[in-house]
Ligand binder design. Structure first.
Ligand code: NDP
Length: 520
């Protein structure tokens, strides 16, 4: 079962240096074709893992976890920081692979690599401190000693999507491994080679092969993985997330869910309209709109509505749509036919219900089969599908609102709660308004960027997910705590009551002290 990644390469950019390693011998069965969205040509095949291969991979990971977790946190973190340096040295290869699988522009692929590099440094410096044994306040100080230790869950199953195939896999994988877990990954079948490349390099720098493994396949392979692992880190659509969460809950294994979004932008009367327009365009059309954190709806207060439309039209003329390499292109190809169809049907529905097209609205077959023009729509309302469902394509709908209160009400009128943006010169008022938005992340005068700040926990509420990545929470979700209370009175006479005379005396006095000195 050999892959034919190199044999079928249709483009000039892919080289032998980008060939991923062969998968494990146990990985066999049918082959999944992988397509370059820019050309529509098949660039390779990936063997699909059957149920037995998934079970065997988790079993190997479970055995490897004993030795991996026995290594110090510092040792594991250092190894993974070395890996990130190696990735950085070879980033040109990785950019090629990401672009061949997703059709995104070069800056988009580079941003994925930068963000993971940043996270590797962040946890390498902090994880040893956060994961070490912690002393806590005992019931009776001096007589008792209270401590917390953090233990990895065991084998983490990562199920990841295709839109940011490097970022959304390694952002979760790094803290999982540093915490002492081993991992089995099921990447999207659309983008398996990015995962293969990154994990292959981990093995090259010395991470044992069974500590990180990949199984390939479609939904059934992901579903099989959930049956065996000790923690599920899922990133994908809300519909699939619900199924994954149900099964994990039945097995009583912990999980995190990074799901879909319908992120709103709120534009207030005192906003800088040029900054607002350029940021809306960037965040709506980054990765051709195929980002969970895309701005998918904008509420603009009436006094600046027309002026903002004008600024949007002006700045949109500068957007470069292209499938070529280089740092100039802003918008690349969509990745799948499914996204193209949904974009077209959301646009048709909005136009039929009275939306006004400012720019775009057409495919670009001259560039490739899945290119679509960045499309701005004015005069939208909540009766339209594109205001309710995740589009995951290059549409930016705008709604005119009377004031900030109406903007907040409409922004919160959604099952999703991933992130939002507020545009205003009054930063204090914008922060107060942010607190009224029902979502996990808010950006003020920016969009999408929280995920690039490793110290900020990021993630959704309600239909957008459960749990956080990045920050302290992003590491600590990969461990469970064990609390140990040691009683030092081993020379005391034995007692069968909880309140022996000394405990009783101390507890009564401590109760009074703690009533007034709670830090005791
Ligand atoms: P899907 O939910 O379709 O797939 C996500 C992953 O789950 C894929 O690897 C998929 O495999 C796998 N899968 C599918 N069915 C099952 C199942 N029954 N059990 C276990 N695993 C399964 O999402 P997409 O790949 O289409 O990604 C796009 C979605 O992801 C969007 O909704 C987007 O908003 C969301 N997303 C959320 C992010 C966040 O951080 N909140 C970030 C990025 C994307 P396969 O692809 O092989 O079918």
């Amino acid at each position: 079962m050999s892959k034919s990644y190199g044999d079928e390469l249709p483009t000039q950019e892919m080289t032998q240096t980008t060939l991923p390693a062969d998968p494990a011998p146990s990985v066999k069965a049918s082959q999944i074709p992988v397509t370059n969205p820019v050309t529509g040509a098949v660039i390779g095949h990936m063997p699909e893992s059957d149920a037995a291969a998934v079970t065997a991979a988790v079993e190997r990971a479970r055995q490897a976890q004993v030795a991996w977790s026995a290594r110090s946190v510092r040792d594991r973190a250092k190894l993974l920081r070395t890996w990130a340096d190696r990735v950085w040295e070879r980033r040109a290869d990785l950019i090629d692979i990401i672009r061949h699988e997703t059709g995104k522009v070069e800056t988009g692929a580079l941003l994925e690599i930068l963000s993971v590099d940043h996270v590797a440094s962040y946890y390498a410096h902090r994880a040893p401190r956060w994961l070490r044994l912690q002393a806590r306040k005992a019931i009776i100080p001096l007589l008792h000693r209270a401590q917390v230790i953090y233990k990895p869950h065991g084998v983490v199953g990562l199920i990841t999507p295709w839109n940011y195939p490097y970022l959304l896999l390694f952002l979760d994988l790094l803290p999982a491994l540093i915490a002492g877990n081993t991992a089995v990954i099921k990447p999207s079948e659309v983008t398996p080679f990015t995962a293969e490349w990154g994990v292959g390099l981990m093995h090259e720098v010395g991470v044992p092969a069974d500590v990180v493994q990949i199984v390939h396949g479609r939904g059934a392979t992901g579903a099989e993985l959930i049956e065996h692992v000790d923690f599920v880190a899922f990133t994908g659509s809300t519909a699939t997330g619900r199924k994954v969460a149900q099964r994990a809950a039945e097995r009583l294994v912990p999980y995190s869910m990074e799901l879909g979004g319908k992120d709103p932008a709120l534009v207030l009367a005192d906003a800088n309209l040029d900054i607002t327009a350029s940021e809306l365009l960037r965040a709506a059309f980054e990765n051709a709109g195929q980002a969970c954190l895309s701005i998918e709806r904008a509420y603009v207060v009436e006094p600046v509505y027309d002026a903002l439309l004008e600024r949007l039209r002006h700045h949109a003329q500068k957007l470069i749509v292209s499938g070529k390499g280089g740092m100039e292109a802003h918008v690349g190809s969509l990745t799948n036919q499914r996204e193209l169809q949904r974009t077209e049907s959301h646009l048709a529905d909005a136009l039929a219900k009275g939306a006004r097209k400012l720019t775009g609205g057409h495919t670009r077959p001259d560039l490739g089969p899945l290119f679509y023009e960045p499309t701005i729509l004015a005069d939208c309302d909540h009766s339209m599908l594109l205001m309710q469902e995740e589009t995951f394509g290059p549409l930016l709908p705008l709604v005119k609102v009377a004031d900030a209160d109406e903007a907040v009400r409409l922004a919160n009128d959604s099952d999703y709660g991933l992130s939002a943006s507020v545009f205003s010169r009054d930063l204090r008022a914008a922060r107060q308004l942010a607190a009224r938005l029902n979502c996990g992340d808010v950006h003020i005068n920016r969009a999408q960027i929280n995920i690039g700040a490793p110290d900020l926990p990021t993630g959704g509420q309600r239909a957008s997910g459960i749990g956080r990545r990045n920050g302290y929470q992003g590491l600590m979700k990969y461990v469970s705590s064990q609390s140990i209370m040691t009683d030092s009175r081993i020379l005391q006479p034995p007692s069968l009551t909880l309140f022996d005379p000394l405990s009783y005396w101390a507890t009564m006095r401590l109760r009074v002290l703690r009533r007034w000195l709670p830090f005791l």
